[in-house]
Design a protein. Structure first.
Length: 62
């Protein structure tokens, strides 16, 4: 369970700056810093894939 919590915390750490960047772009009517958005989004997707895989394997082991 500690590993899951760590991965979810990392996911939050990646998504929060991404959302802030997008919200700032909306507020200022400009484009976000796409490098921040892309990098964080790709890392977040990788974590989500791992979490999904782990959840699937846990369901098979029950």
């Amino acid at each position: 369970m500690a590993k899951l919590k760590t991965q979810l915390k990392r996911l939050h750490e990646l998504l929060h700056p991404l959302l802030v960047e997008v919200e700032m772009a909306i507020d200022t009517e400009t484009y976000p810093d796409w490098s921040v958005v892309k990098t964080n989004l790709l890392e977040a997707l990788e974590i989500v894939r791992k979490l999904e895989r782990d959840q699937l394997w846990r369901s098979f082991n029950k």
